[in-house]
Design a protein around this ligand. Sequence first.
Ligand code: HEM
Length: 473
Amino acid sequence: RNRYWSDRGVPGPEPELLFGNLRAIWAYDRPRALVLKEWTKQFGKVYGYLSGQRPMWVISDLSMVNEIFIKRFDNFYAHANTELQGEDTPNSHMAEARGAHWKRLRTLSADAFTNKAMRAILPTIKTSAREIVAHVEKQSGAEIDTQRYLREYTMDIICKSVLGMDNCKMFENKMVVWSSEFFLKPLSYWVFSLASLFPALRPVWKISFVASSLFIDVPLLPLIRDIRKIVQERKKRKDAGEPSKDDIIGMFLDAESNEVDAEGKGKNKLSIDEIVANCKLFLLAGYDTTSITVSRVIHFLANNPNIQNRLMEEVDDVIGNEDYDLEDIGNLSYMDAVIKETLRHHPLGSGFTTRECTEACEIGGYRFEEGDSIIADTWSLQMDEEIWGDDEEEFRPERWLEDATVDRAAFLAFGGGPRICIGMKQALIESKVVLIELMKKFTIEATENTNPLKMVGTFLVAFEHVNVSMKKR
Ligand code: HEM
């Protein structure tokens, strides 16, 4: 039995031979984040578990999280990559990359998320929002699974804004099926489990992960191949003198270069492999995260008619029947509070709020060794009574509008510090635009299948269904 934690005097769940605590955390109908939250209740704000033989710190102590994510970034500048991802390579995308490589990718991608870029993408977001609302309208008040509709919405935006697929059509977009399978379905979980158990065999697991897509219903291979094809096609057209398009591939191609240094990395520019890797990342990172967020908002609204009425009044007052721009969206302060309160209750991406210790140090009386992996237990931190007050379990958007005595650093749904989610602004705009369009047209009502909400997932915490009915106002 692995005595890593007991030898250090760090509490945690009893590990099994070989598996460590793996069998408790890799189940599709029991997402890892929720298991960690249960363990936090049992073992406290700092404990450790074993993912196979790999030790993971789980931390929900605010001052330690601040130290690790913000103040001591130099000691914790890397994400704790999964065993399947492994080390930083020339093909790594931004979330996997480390040190100077990460800095370069992050800097070269930053232009895609400025206010100017958001202004440019807003018409696409509005068109997609109006299209999905038209699909909802066709259901004329019958029960729908909100999550299904919102996946179409977010993928439509990504396909148009990242991949330049201007002709993609909702409910005919194969990327939706492929990507949903990626983070949520059990596929990932048996390969990731094997990779955690036998990390030395990583190349074998990587190949089987991709190859498995040929045998079971998860066509990861075509997804990657299609993205590469799109990038190469666009490069050909750019080289032939076609003016560049105002989307993310266009922006990346302007920063493209085949010049590489001794380690095979583009110097100040992006190689084609890096462009493909980053497009893949944006597609996966920006798709289900946002659709789960809005689905959960809708679930809260269905259960809280008073909050829904207040939101509707705000949309009527600020937007009415007029067209709107980023400034108008910025004036929807109650909507902003509703989304933040939703993400406080349901920080669906907490599986990515990880760090690896890159230089040994001591924090809060604990010794972190180089190579140690850390995950912030955001679910516990964002429900900590000492931070949020004794109404911490209540869904109360007003708390975000009141005088902030609460330490906002305890809101970690988008992560924190220099590696905070680069797509946060876009995610919030996408969420707000579709909520505006829905609120203008419908009242959301709970049905007999709305509750209870069944949570599922592996890396992300999603739902089996989010059933509500949307009746015309
Ligand atoms: C509500 C929606 C979203 C949530 C909850 C979310 C959450 C997160 C979290 C928790 C992280 C890890 C941050 C950290 O390590 O401190 C992250 C990173 C990241 N997110 Fe998001 N995300 C969302 C939407 C998006 C969108 C729309 C995009 C892109 C279009 C995106 C792109 C990324 C990227 C590229 C990273 C890696 C950043 C880095 O390593 O420097 N995310 N996100």
